[in-house]
Design a protein around this ligand. Structure first.
Ligand code: ITT
Length: 192
């Protein structure tokens, strides 16, 4: 069995990562509840590395971090790295985005979710990195109850539904997180 600590305090990420992982030999463990290192990197990848290294320092185990966010073209990539901090609550974050895109017509509301994953060893040395994305559009009002974060305003063009209207199974098949985690799991299977 391969034990990997997930360097996140976001329970939704943990849930999705466990659902995407079908390999019974790879088991993810949660880090302590108040895990909250300062994410002052300049890229998603740098922030993922900060979290992975901090978790390795605490646990002395293999650690995997996921740094993710929503990048909106008409807002020059915002909220981007600041996705978790764009406003105090998830509902306020969504409202801020809707307001900022108020005058923008649908065809210019293009966006993508990014997920950067970094796996480190017990010493914090990088073992492997993967990035996953999913492209879509931003809706003018929230729809759907599934998922978390910005899912209710992210339209997946293939289904003409927001990510929060898709089933959990479907999200975990097509998401930025799945697109990063699946090749990461393959690397782990082949190399650890
Ligand atoms: P950790 O740093 O502890 O992992 P976090 O939620 O602070 O948890 P990030 O710094 O990576 O994680 O911020 C990611 C934010 O981007 C997250 O809080 C959501 O607002 C948004 N986000 C990430 N993945 C998402 C997804 O699958 N669906 C919707 N929103 C997502």
């Amino acid at each position: 069995m391969i034990k990997i600590i997930l360097a996140t305090s976001n329970p939704h990420k943990l849930e999705e990562i466990n659902a995407i992982n079908k390999n019974k030999n790879i088991v993810f463990y949660v880090i302590k509840e108040d895990f909250n290192p300062v994410e002052n990197g300049k890229t998603f990848e740098e922030n993922a590395l900060i979290k992975a290294r901090e978790a390795a320092k605490i646990t002395g185990e293999y650690c995997l971090a996921d740094d993710s966010g929503l990048c909106i073209d008409a807002l020059e990539g915002a909220p981007g790295l600041f996705s978790a901090r764009y406003a105090p609550t998830p509902a306020e974050r969504i409202n801020r985005v809707i307001k900022e895109l108020n005058a923008v017509p649908y065809e210019y509301r293009t966006a993508h979710f990014n997920c950067s994953m970094v796996l480190v060893d017990k010493n914090g040395e990088i073992l492997h990195k993967e990035t996953g994305k999913i492209f879509g559009y931003i809706d003018d009002s929230p729809k759907g109850q599934n998922g978390f974060g910005y899912d209710p305003i992210f339209i997946v063009p293939e289904y003409e539904k927001t990510m929060a209207e898709l089933s959990e199974e479907k999200k975990n098949e097509i998401s930025h997180r799945a697109n990063a985690l699946n090749p990461m799991l393959k690397w782990i299977e082949e190399n650890l």
